[in-house]
Design a protein around this ligand. Sequence first.
Ligand SMILES: [Cu+2]
Length: 174
Amino acid sequence: MEIIKDTNRPVRRAALSAIATLALLVGFAPNATATATAKRTPTVNATLIEYKVKLKPATVSAPAGKVKLVAKNKGTMTHEVIVVRAADAAALPVDGEGSVIEDEVDEEKPKIESESHSGGDHKDHFSVKAGKTKSAVFDLTPGTYVVFCNVNQDVGNTKISHFKQGQNAVLTVK
Ligand SMILES: [Cu+2]
C-alpha cells in the first residue's frame, strides 16, 4: 500500500491508525471478502493475567511473515510481551530464579516492525500496564515461538518469576 511508504512519520502514524480502524471495522463485517482477509496482517490476541499468556489463536497462518500481536493486560500488574523462537517454554535457558536468560536468546527474537504505542522503546519486546492494551507487528517466519513475560518481581524477600509461574505460551506460525 503506497501510504505506508510515506516518510513523514506523524502523517504515517495517523494514516496507519486510520487503517487500523478500518481493519477493525472490516473484521466485524460479516461479509468481508476473502481478498480483504488475505491482505490483512494476521492478528493474535494475547491476554495477560497473573501468571498466564493466553493466545487466540495459538496457530496462525502468516504468508507475508508478519503477525500482529494485540496484548491486553487483564491482570493487576505490568506484564511484558517477549517473543522467542523456540520449540516450547522448556527449551528456553533460565537462571536460578527461573527467568529466561534473554542474552542467550537474543538472536532468536523476531524484530518488531511497528507498534501501536508511540515512543516504542524496544526493538523486540514491549510491556503493558495493568488494564492497558498495546499491539505490535512482529516479523515471524514460519516456526514455533514462545510468547512470554519475563518480569522478575520482588515480593518481600523472594522474587516471583512470571515466566516460571507459567506466563508463557507457544505460538505456531505457518
Ligand atoms: Cu508478567
